[in-house]
Ligand binder design. Structure first.
Ligand SMILES: [Zn+2]
Ligand SMILES: [Zn+2]
Length: 249
């Protein structure tokens, strides 16, 4: 397997390490290529994303490091473009398109913050019908390629982050299955890469990568192509568990 990891966060957004430290760690781990993909700027939540004024510095810094480490590793300058970010993407080598929020009546509800936030939103906006909230989530996901023009579709079922115990919703429920299948069908038409994302395992939220085996099998059955991503926020987690899941790609 070619050792490549294109989903890594640095201190430019919510990661722990500098870009150069990430690159050094990737070289130590024997990676052939590495991509930095910090969070795109979102006007409504500045807590985790890259500052608008840092974009050029980020690109310049990566360009210098591309030259500095040219003989050791291939470096790509990416961005994890949130669905609701309107920041420009034309200067990046590649784009990961991700849905981290639901937009309801001009408020943005984070999908990956806590179980309580999702339950509260279902109660407030959907009369307690969590599947209606999920339908909105997958409807948003279904448009992620058209909206972000991404090359890679990020963590397609992020909505399951807090649901490994099945207490938030039933992943075998017909409405759940129907909503992800509809999104998958729309996305498959674009022939982009889908992530096998191990980030929530390394951070202790899940024991299996995104997407679930059901979604993976559905996509696989329809000829989808996959890429392994660590979604790492620490240099130690680059390529996290790639050996274990390389058979999936
Ligand atoms: Zn993400
Ligand atoms: Zn990420």
């Amino acid at each position: 397997m070619r050792k490549v990891d294109l989903h890594i966060h640095s201190t430019y957004s919510d990661g722990l390490n500098s870009i150069e430290d990430i690159i050094k760690s990737a070289i130590d781990k024997g990676f052939e290529a590495v991509g930095i993909s910090d969070h795109s700027y979102t006007t409504f939540d500045l807590s985790y994303c890259m500052d608008k004024s840092s974009y050029q510095k980020y690109i310049d810094e990566i360009n210098l490091l591309k030259i500095k480490y040219n003989d050791k590793i291939k470096i790509c300058c990416g961005i994890e473009q949130d669905f609701f970010s309107d920041a420009k993407t034309q200067d990046f080598d590649y784009i990961i398109g991700s849905v981290h929020y639901l937009k309801i009546e001009n408020t943005y509800i984070p999908v990956d913050e806590s179980k309580e936030i999702l339950l509260k939103a279902a109660n407030k906006h959907f009369n307690g019908d969590i599947y209606a909230l999920i339908e909105l989530y997958y409807n948003t996901v279904s448009q992620v390629v058209t909206k972000t023009n991404c090359d890679i579709i990020g963590h397609i079922d992020l909505i399951t982050k807090f649901n490994e115990d099945g207490k938030l919703f039933d992943e075998k429920d017909e409405r759940y299955i129907h909503s992800y299948e509809k999104a998958c069908d729309k996305l498959l038409a674009h022939n982009k890469l889908f992530e096998i994302n191990t980030g929530a395992i390394s951070r202790g939220y899940r024991t299996a990568p995104y997407p679930s085996s059901c979604i993976y099998n559905y996509l696989k059955g329809k000829g989808a192509r996959f890429i392994l991503s660590s979604d790492s926020h620490s240099k130690d987690n680059i390529g996290y568990k790639f050996d274990e899941y390389e058979n999936l790609i």
